[in-house]
Design a protein around this ligand. Structure first.
Ligand code: ZN
Length: 187
C-alpha cells in the first residue's frame, strides 16, 4: 500500500474545486471506480500490528487505478462512509508469495560509499531495464552481499481493519493521472 502525506487544507480545496468543475457535489455514496476514498486502517500480520493510520490523517486513494493492493480494493467496493470491515488478504492478492529465487549476490565494491552495507538495509536498485526495484540486504559474507528482492510482506497473510471516512470526486487532473494529488505531490 502506498502511503502519502495528507494535508487537510489541500484536501478541502480539491473538493471544492472538483465540485465547481463538475457543477455538482459528490453523487456517489459508495466506494467504486473513479472515486477518491479516505480510509482509516490497521494492518496486522501474525497478530502483530505493523501499520496503522492511527494518529495520522486518513489514507486517500483513487479507486479502480491500482493505487492500493488489489485484494483490499476489491473488498472495499460498495462500502459507504462510516462503514468498517475486517478483510483478510491472501499473499497472492497482497504482496505476492515469497520467492526463493528473488535473491542476488553482489560484490561489496558495487555499493556506493554512503550506503551502510549491513543486514536489513533497504535500498532501491535499478535493474538492467532501468526499472527501480526495492531490495534489502539479506546477508553480508565477506565481500559478497546478498540482496533480497522480496517485498517485506511477501508471503504474509494480511489482516486489515478498514473504515471509510470520506468519499469525493477526483479532480480532472487526478483522474487523468490515475492517482490522488495531495500536498507534496507534484510533477
Ligand atoms: Zn499526478
Amino acid at each position: 500500500m502506498r502511503k502519502t502525506d495528507y494535508n487537510g487544507q489541500t484536501y478541502w480545496q480539491n473538493e471544492i474545486k472538483a465540485g465547481k468543475l463538475k457543477g455538482h457535489k459528490m453523487s456517489k455514496d459508495t466506494v467504486q471506480e473513479d472515486v477518491v476514498v479516505s480510509m482509516e486502517y490497521t494492518l496486522h500480520v501474525d497478530k502483530e500490528e505493523i501499520d496503522s493510520s492511527k494518529g495520522q490523517d486518513p489514507l486517500q486513494f483513487l479507486a479502480g487505478h491500482g493505487n492500493i493492493i488489489s485484494g483490499l480494493e476489491r473488498e472495499m467496493i460498495g462500502m459507504k462512509v462510516g462503514e468498517s470491515k475486517d478483510v483478510i488478504i491472501a499473499p497472492e492478492d497482497g504482496y505476492g508469495e515469497f520467492d526463493e529465487e528473488a535473491f542476488m549476490n553482489v560484490p561489496r565494491d558495487n555499493f556506493p560509499k554512503d550506503i551502510p552495507v549491513e543486514e536489513g538495509t533497504e535500498l532501491t536498485v535499478k535493474d538492467d531495464s532501468g526499472q527501480s526495484r526495492y531490495a534489502r540486504i539479506d546477508t553480508v559474507d565477506g565481500d559478497t552481499v546478498t540482496l533480497n528482492f522480496n517485498h517485506p510482506l511477501a508471503g504474509d497473510e494480511l489482516h486489515f481493519n478498514v473504515k471509510v471516512v470520506g468519499l469525493r470526486e477526483p479532480t480532472d487532473e487526478e483522474l487523468e493521472h490515475g492517482h490522488v494529488h495531495q500536498d507534496g505531490h507534484s510533477h
